[in-house]
Design a protein around this ligand. Structure first.
Ligand SMILES: Nc1ncnc2c1ncn2[C@@H]1O[C@H](COP(=O)(O)OP(=O)(O)OP(=O)(O)O)[C@@H](O)[C@H]1O
Length: 461
């Protein structure tokens, strides 16, 4: 058991950030192992719950690899440690603010009262690893990046608010931290705050409970830069929206910069007050799209290099061709590949990648089939699936069919003739025409782009 824990800890140390490792893995202790059952203790309920949701499956995976057998890994509270500790130790160690919901939050994130302090770099919650330099640019995000740089160079002047939207894991959070970092370099005394919308809602609730709205307002209204992530979480939260409205008006009037991200464009956010929606759209609204193949390859090569590993182009292309949805998924795949190759002492080849990612690849292959695309597109446009194969050509059928062909080319490995065959035996030139037409429409027409974006997100689950 001790040997396993040593190997497992060493492995997780490679895969996680130092902060994550010391906050969540270091405090764990293996308790006992017998008959395929391994028990690991955590020092408090908070860590226990977090480890169970975030790391249990990876630790189980490593245990199965280590013993080459089915292992039941159980996480339990260590009663001895629990009694010995004072309650304040129940909070996690201080770590960088998460760049995604997957990442750990600092203790202040759990205790909203501490926000009322001078926000120098620490209090700004800006993650200094997320910079423009570490952000890979491609067609999918070049507009958003250009806007972000413009805002970082002229905060409060050029585009206010800057509203960035796009699907999960596409780099919205990264980009807004990059703006924060840039502004802090130019002006280290700038009063900056990055906050996830869920945390803002919790802060409003705390202010409400403590009758502390004056303090809350004083703090938010005095910022130079407010970065608010995933604003769709405000949906249906009227008091939060009202408070945010006041903060918004105060900051814009004082020419202080506001940057907002969301999973969709302003008018599409449901449960949001109209006056807020119209204000979101009053500066510049830019989309971040899912990365195209070349960009996915560039991201993989860059991130592998950051890990000190050289990926061959073949391997990077293989991974990028199979994992198309978002950058977070690419990062996860890269971590798995590195862990697998280190654990088994194997070089990174396409075969090793196939083995390391076999679960992920089989899910991808299962999810995105041409049939699945035809059904999803037909449902979306409220038409019969049979019309995907029929010879009928009215515009209300022909266009969704072209969209389905385009998605089949984008999201599956099928060739043009194979796709034509699956669309009622059409010629490959018909498919090519559809792909070109929808590609052109997408680049010119934001509504078309949005429809496709929604369909892609639906198909990728
Ligand atoms: N263009 C990029 N170059 C380098 N890394 C990127 C890029 N885009 C995203 N990432 C990385 O991918 C991960 C996910 O990105 P991020 O958290 O910014 O996504 P998001 O759009 O905010 O997603 P969500 O809506 O789920 O919060 C992060 O680790 C981020 O650094």
């Amino acid at each position: 058991m001790e040997n396993f824990w040593q190997a497992c800890s060493a492995q997780l140390e490679q895969e996680l950030t130092p902060q994550q490792f010391s906050a969540w893995i270091k405090p764990l202790t293996p308790l006992d192992y017998s008959e395929g059952k391994l028990r690991i203790t955590a020092p408090n309920r908070f860590k226990l719950d977090w480890v169970k949701t975030q790391f249990a499956s990876r630790i189980t995976e490593l245990a199965i690899q280590f013993w080459d057998d089915q292992i039941d890994v159980q996480f339990i509270l260590d009663p001895r440690l629990n009694v010995a500790r004072k309650p304040s130790h129940d909070l996690p160690a201080t770590v960088d603010i998460g760049t995604s919901p997957d990442e750990v939050r600092s203790p202040e994130e759990v205790r909203p009262t501490t926000i009322i302090e001078t926000p120098k770099r620490d209090q700004s919650r800006i993650n200094n690893a997320l910079t423009f330099d570490s952000f890979v640019t491609g067609k999918a995000n070049q507009l958003a990046r250009a806007a972000a740089i413009q805002v970082a160079n002229n905060p409060g002047v050029s585009y206010n608010p800057l509203f960035l939207y796009g699907g999960v894991g596409l780099g919205k959070t990264h980009l807004i931290h990059a703006i924060g970092n840039q502004i802090l370099i130019d002006n280290p005394n700038a009063k900056i705050r990055y906050i996830h919308a869920e945390q803002y809602v919790r802060d409003v609730v705390t202010a409400y409970q403590r009758k502390g709205f004056d303090e809350f307002k004083r703090y938010y209204h005095s910022l130079d830069l407010l970065l608010i992530d995933d604003i769709q979480f405000f949906a249906g939260k009227n008091r939060t929206q009202e408070e945010f409205f006041y903060a918004f008006e105060a900051l814009i009037a004082a020419k202080k910069q506001i940057i907002i991200t969301s999973d969709t464009y302003p008018k599409q956010i449901t449960g949001m007050d109209d006056r807020l929606i119209s204000r979101f759209d009053s500066g510049l609204t830019v989309a971040i799209e899912p990365p195209e193949l070349e960009m996915r390859v560039a991201i993989l090569l860059k991130k592998a290099k950051q890990e000190g590993v050289v990926f061959s182009d073949d391997v990077a292309f293989f991974v990028a061709k199979h994992l198309r949805s978002n950058v977070r998924e690419l990062e996860g795949a890269l971590r798995k590949i590195l862990a697998y190759s280190r654990f088994h002492g194997k070089d990174i080849t396409i075969d090793v990648v196939k083995e390391a990612l076999k679960d992920l690849l089989s899910v991808q292959n299962r999810q995105i089939s041409v049939e699945n695309i035809q059904k999803t597109v037909a449902d979306f446009f409220n038409m019969k699936v049979a019309d995907m194969y029929s010879k009928r050509r009215p515009a209300n059928i022909a266009r969704p069919r072209q969209i389905a062909m385009y998605l089949a080319k984008e999201l599956t490995q099928k060739s043009l003739p194979e796709i034509g065959e699956l669309f009622g035996g059409r010629d490959h030139t018909t498919v090519l025409h559809a792909v070109r037409k929808i590609t052109a429409d997408r680049s010119k027409n934001p509504e078309c782009n949005h429809e496709l974006h929604v369909l892609e997100q639906t198909l990728k689950g």
